[in-house]
Design a protein around this ligand. Structure first.
Ligand code: OAD
Length: 239
């Protein structure tokens, strides 16, 4: 089966769900998490992206996010993000689930999506829970809520935290009901997204993986194609 056969399969489907990870943004120049460029001052993301790290030292966590905001502020959606934004107009039931917090999917025009790990361009008050968009680069350290003066944190799901229930419900519904699941640029090791391919497969979806390298899911999916997201995803748009 070739990528063009997959395109035909997608064109005939009434329901398509897509799961993306850091690999789709790698083609926009965003470092992946498990690649070497994902390190900052020799910290691994796991050491900073946690409620414990923020409680211990909110300044260093915000400094890291400022480094990431600065890096991301220069990046733009690539051909793969744009193709997925277009694909949603061609499929009757389409849903995009992304683990990326970089905001490049909405920037490309995607509207039918769950950003299950949050969005780096949003802040949330640790006191009153209010969520606000914030595009400051850099953000003032330490930022405080306009309403209640509580400390603001990134609106991101950190290690050890639960995903938003509405995002999860929406994602599982989309996984269980789709004819085709397309997985792009994720190592497939972080839960719950790591469970998405088996769930969709069990419920009868045709599962396609596009990744630069083989992943733990490559043997489970119906077809795994290796290559760059920006080269492969645009080939999936209907003629
Ligand atoms: P990873 O860094 O774990 O994996 C990125 C995947 O993209 C790898 O499998 C690469 O082979 C692949 N890849 C790299 N460049 C590519 C390209 N140009 N085209 C296609 N594929 C490419 O990133 P994620 O799987 O997204 O969580 O990581 C999942 C989560 O772990 C992240 O959302 C983050 C992290 O901890 C949070 O921030 C909560």
């Amino acid at each position: 089966m070739t990528i063009l056969d997959i395109r035909d399969r997608i064109a005939q489907a009434e329901s398509v769900t897509v799961l993306t990870g850091a690999g789709i943004s790698a083609d926009s120049g965003v470092p992946t998490f498990r690649g070497e460029e994902g390190l900052w001052k020799n910290f691994r993301p796991e050491q900073l992206a946690s409620p414990q790290a923020f409680e211990r030292d909110p300044t260093i966590v915000w400094e890291w996010y400022n480094w990431r905001r600065e890096l991301l502020s220069t990046k733009e959606p690539n051909a793969a993000h744009k193709a997925l934004a277009e694909l949603e107009n061609h499929i009757k039931h389409f849903w995009l689930i992304t683990q990326n917090v970089d905001g490049l999917h909405p920037a490309a025009g995607s509207t039918k999506l769950s950003e299950i790990h949050g969005n780096i361009w949003k802040v949330r008050c640790t006191n009153c829970g209010n969520i606000q968009p914030n595009h400051d680069v850099p953000i003032a350290i330490l930022p405080h809520c306009n309403d209640c003066k509580g400390l603001l944190r990134p609106h991101i799901v950190w290690f050890g935290e639960s995903l938003d229930q509405q995002d999860l419900d929406q994602s599982f519904q989309a996984l269980r009901s789709c004819e085709v699941l397309l997985i792009v640029g994720t190592s497939g090791v972080v839960y719950p997204a790591a469970s998405f391919a088996p769930i969709a497969k069990q419920d009868g979806a045709f599962v396609v993986e596009l990744n630069l390298d083989p992943t733990p899911h490559s043997d489970l999916v119906d077809i795994s194609i290796q290559g760059r997201a920006k080269d492969l995803v645009p080939l999936l748009l209907p003629m």
